[in-house]
Structure formats: structure tokens, C-alpha cells
Design a protein around this ligand. Structure first.
Ligand code: NAD
Length: 487
């Protein structure tokens, strides 16, 4: 298998490129070879996007919407095939890629497809005149993805971009080249003009070529804070539009009156879904001292029952982390937690066997870890680990926990568990985070804006809010009288 570029409606075949092997995280066996895009590929992608843009921007919203909705149908009809590709590429359980990854990509296409005909400006009654605004597309947008939700990220960017009349060149993470190509095929089969959605493969150098390219109007990144800062400053040179969906170290606050079962379920979802490789994870779990012991007991018991293993087995609940390098990074964080005095209550080791006794020692598996006796200042409580590592922290008062929860440079997400409706809203309103939940965690319906405060990002994905980030507003004044001139 060769993962090539998808340009102008077809996969490229010229394989004389720098390339590397893409591995299955569950066994480190090769899946195929990824070809890094070069200058010629980028120019070809830009030229084909420009052609597509001339066609696409002149279509009506309803026409554009039809293509998006049809692409959603195509993805759904290939749910199992694409979910399996995603599971091999990312290492996540097939139960997740079937239930979430492909479906949420299709949801985004349906949502923005349905909305495309309704994107409009406003009318203003003025004195002897009127005015109106138009929401016009930006042109060629570059999407740059992370590796944890490859097809979802590609669709969350492409759907609003295309609905608004733009075209997109998408660069998936170098670690997960597969499913963006499936999205590109679906768009073509749904009737999109060739070049509307091009895919270029490669690492940060290819991302940088897109960011620096003068004919690209907007960059939307999902990635780390460090990459976000580089892109933001590079984009500033030409004042390009930017959306940044970055990392986090989010708080999940459990009050003493919370439903214990639900709170434990949420803490597990907030830390162990997709092996903990989720940007919005609530990795600092603050639990009221009154329920601390009972919470911890249930959390430990249920965490130890997680079915870790072979990702393609439908019964598996946790798969393998993305790469050997990433696994080593997570283990370094675990060592740092132990050496700074936190207690590793469970997990944090590389298992030899999975839940059915199969040998998984060649994969990047890690038993889900819970740290207790943590302190807010520890590295494990301050840095984004991006793996299955949960830190649990006790608190006594509402004021105290709000201050501690906000004591971070990140601001992607936050969660509160309580049965006191007033306290739930009061606390969530004081948390410095863009995406929040009361009595649940990590639910991201397409209807709600998603994005971060502080260093977790700029702009929003999903919902009506995304339309603002993929259009520019033109104001038009129309005179109904004479020009009043002082000359
Ligand atoms: P990363 O920042 O290393 O890479 C992200 C993407 O940026 C990759 O495609 C990479 O090739 C590209 N890139 C790297 N350097 C670049 C440069 N100088 N110019 C242009 N592109 C460049 O992140 P990752 O390791 O792939 O993903 C993990 C990170 O993503 C975590 O921090 C996680 O929190 C974050 N993330 C955020 C969200 C969100 O929606 N907020 C979602 C998923 C992941």
C-alpha cells in the first residue's frame, strides 16, 4: 500500500518522493509507505484548487449542500471499511471507530450540507439608502490534522469550508495518512469538482509549505500548542485567517452530591477513550474530599476491568497508543509522577497479554493509569500527557476548586458533576474553558461550538460559529438618493 497525494480528483502515482513506513500501533507491523508531498505536488494542488474554486464559489448553497450530504451518505455506506482503516492507522478500538469517528465525520457533512443554502448576509435599512452584507468564501483553505481522530478532523474542517464555498487542501498527520483519502474519494463520487478537496501527505515541513504559501487564504490546524504558535506567527506575515484547535489539561470537578456512578463513568470517558489521546480530556479530576475514597474505590475497580487489547476485536475497549515514541513519552510522564511523590494506584505498565490472553507485547499498549496523592504543581498535573493517565486531586470548597481548576495555561474544556442545578451553572460560568459539560464529559455534538480559551486555541469548529471562520463579510451600501457633496 502506498499513501500518495490526492490531487485534482485522483490519487497521484509518481512515487519518487521521500517516503516512510506507516505502522499499525497494535503490532508495529508495516501498513504501507507514505509519500511526502514535494513542491511540485503543492503547486499542482494549489492550481487544481483554484480551478475548483472558480466552479464551486458560483454554485448555489443548495447545490453545494447536496454534494456534502451525498458524501455523508457515501461515508456511512462504507462505515465498516473506513472504521477498520482508522483502527489500523490509529490503534483505537473498532467499537469506537464504528460508533464515533466515521459517524461524526458524516454528521459534520450532513449538518453543514443542510446549512449551506441558509448561509446569508444581513439587510440594513438606512437613511435614503440601504445596506447589506454578504458572507463570501475566503478561497483556498489549508486543513492540517492531528493523528487521534483523522477522518473526524478532516471532515470537521472540510464540511464548513466547502459549505461556505471554499476549497480545501488537507494534510493529515504523517502518522495517519489513510482516511483523509477516503473522504477525498467520497467528495469526488458525490459530484464535487476535481480539486475541491485535495490531500497532500507529509510531516510538518509540508504543513509549513501550505502555511507559507501566498495563495492559501486560511489555515485550520488541529494539533499541539507548540505547532499552533508556529503557525500563528507564520500566518501573521500575510495576516492569514487562522483557526487553532490545540491541546489541553482540562479539569473535571466532582462535587459531593454528584451521582457517583455517572461521575466515575465520566472520569473514565474523560481519560481512557481513544487510549487517553483526546485533546479535551479531563485529566485533572478534582473530587470533593467527602466522597474521595468511595469515588477512588469505584474508579480503580472499573478501570482495572477495562478490556485492553487487540483493537479489531469488537469487545475491546482500549487499544494501542499511536507510536513507540509516544508510548515512551507517556511512560516518562508516569515516571515523573512517581518520582515527584504521587502514588500510582493502578496501571501505567506495558502489558504482555490482552484481555483474552493474546500476546500484545509487540504493540504500543499501556494499562490505564490512575495517580493519587497528586499535587497541582506536579508535571503530571500541569502538562498535557495525551495518554491514559488520570490524576485525581481532592478539594474542600467551591471557591478553592475553581481557582485551582483555572490555574493552567490551557483552556480547552471543563466538566462539573453536581445535582445542584445552581451550583452547576455557577461553577461552569467561572471556569476559563471554551467547551464545557455539566453532568457528562467529552460529548461533542456537531450543533455545539467546539474550541478553546487561552493557549488551547483560537476560533471554533462545528455549529453556526464555524461559518464565521470560513467566510469574510462584505458590507455593501446602496444609495437611493443623490450624492451629497461639499464640493
Ligand atoms: P502536532 O502539533 O505535532 O502536529 C499536528 C499537525 O501539524 C501534523 O499534521 C503535523 O505534521 C503538522 N505540523 C507540525 N509542525 C508544523 C509546522 N511548523 N507548520 C505546519 N504544520 C505543522 O500534534 P499531534 O501530535 O499530531 O497531535 C496531538 C496534539 O493535537 C495534542 O496536543 C492534542 O491536544 C491536539 N489536538 C487538539 C484537538 C482540538 O480539537 N483542540 C483535537 C485533537 C488533537
Amino acid at each position: 500500500m502506498v499513501y500518495n497525494q490526492f490531487i485534482d480528483g485522483a490519487l497521484t502515482t509518481d512515487s519518487k518522493r521521500e517516503s516512510w513506513v506507516n505502522y499499525d500501533p497494535s503490532n508495529n507491523q508495516p501498513l504501507g509507505e507514505v509519500c511526502q508531498a514535494n513542491d511540485e505536488d503543492i503547486e499542482a494542488a494549489i492550481n487544481s484548487s483554484e480551478k475548483a474554486f472558480q466552479i464551486w464559489k458560483n454554485k448555489t448553497g443548495a447545490e453545494r449542500g447536496r454534494v456534502l450530504v451525498k458524501a455523508a451518505d457515501i461515508l456511512r455506506s462504507r462505515l465498516e471499511q473506513i472504521a477498520l482503516l482508522e483502527t489500523h492507522d490509529v490503534g483505537k478500538p473498532i467499537s469506537e471507530s464504528l460508533a464515533v469517528d466515521v459517524s461524526s465525520a458524516a454528521d459534520a457533512l450532513e449538518y453543514f450540507g443542510g446549512m449551506a443554502a441558509g448561509i446569508h448576509g444581513e439587510f440594513f435599512d438606512l437613511k435614503n439608502a440601504f445596506g447589506y452584507t454578504r458572507r463570501e468564501p475566503l478561497g483556498i483553505c489549508a486543513g492540517i490534522g492531528a493523528w487521534n481522530y483523522p477522518i473526524q478532523i478532516a471532515a470537521w474542517k472540510a464540511a464548513p469550508a466547502l459549505a461556505c464555498g471554499n476549497c480545501m487542501i488537507f494534510k493529515p498527520s504523517e502518522l495517519t495518512p489513510a482516511t483523509a483519502l477516503e473522504l477525498a474519494k467520497a467528495f469526488m463520487e458525490a459530484g464535487a469538482p476535481p480539486g475541491l478537496f485535495n490531500v497532500v501527505q507529509g510531516d510538518g515541513r509540508v504543513g509549513k509549505m501550505l502555511v507559507d504559501h501566498p495563495r492559501i487564504a486560511k489555515i485550520s490546524l488541529t494539533g499541539s500548542v507548540a505547532t499552533g504558535k508556529k503557525i500563528f506567527s507564520a500566518a501573521a506575515t500575510e495576516l492569514k485567517h487562522v483557526t487553532l484547535e490545540l491541546g489541553g489539561k482540562s479539569p473535571l470537578i466532582i462535587f459531593e452530591d454528584a451521582d457517583l456512578n455517572n461521575a466515575v463513568s465520566a472520569a473514565m470517558l474523560a481519560n481512557f477513550y481513544t487510549q487517553g489521546e483526546v485533546c479535551s480530556n479531563g485529566t485533572r479530576v478534582f473530587v470533593h474530599r467527602k466522597i474521595f475514597d468511595s469515588f477512588l474505590k469505584q474508579l480503580k475497580e472499573r478501570t482495572e476491568r477495562i478490556r485492553l487489547g487487540e483493537p479489531t476485536d469488537p469487545e475491546t475497549q482500549m487499544g494501542a497508543v499511536i507510536s513507540k515514541v509516544h508510548l515512551e513519552k507517556i511512560i516518562r510522564f508516569i515516571d515523573s509522577g512517581k518520582s515527584s511523590g504521587a502514588t500510582l494506584l493502578t496501571g501505567g505498565f506495558k502489558p504482555e497479554k490482552d484481555f483474552k490472553g493474546r500476546n500484545i507485547s509487540s504493540g504500543n499498549f499501556l494499562a490505564p493509569a490512575i495517580f493519587t496523592n497528586c499535587d497541582d504543581s506536579m508535571e503530571i498535573c500541569r502538562e498535557e500527557i495525551f495518554g491514559p493517565v488520570l490524576s485525581i486531586l481532592a478539594f474542600d470548597t467551591e471557591e478553592e476548586v475553581i481557582e485551582r481548576a483555572n490555574d493552567t495555561l490551557f483552556g480547552l474544556s471543563a466538566g462539573v458533576f453536581t445535582n445542584d442545578i445552581k451550583r452547576g451553572h455557577r461553577v461552569i460560568h467561572q471556569l476559563h474553558a471554551g467547551t464545557c459539560w455539566i453532568n457528562n464529559y467529552n460529548i461533542t455534538p456537531i450543533e455545539l461550538p467546539f474550541g478553546g480559551y487561552k493557549q488551547s486555541g483560537i476560533g471554533r469548529e462545528n455549529s453556526l460559529a464555524a461559518i464565521q471562520h470560513y467566510t469574510q463579510l462584505k458590507s455593501v451600501y446602496v444609495e437611493l438618493g443623490n450624492v451629497e457633496s461639499p464640493y
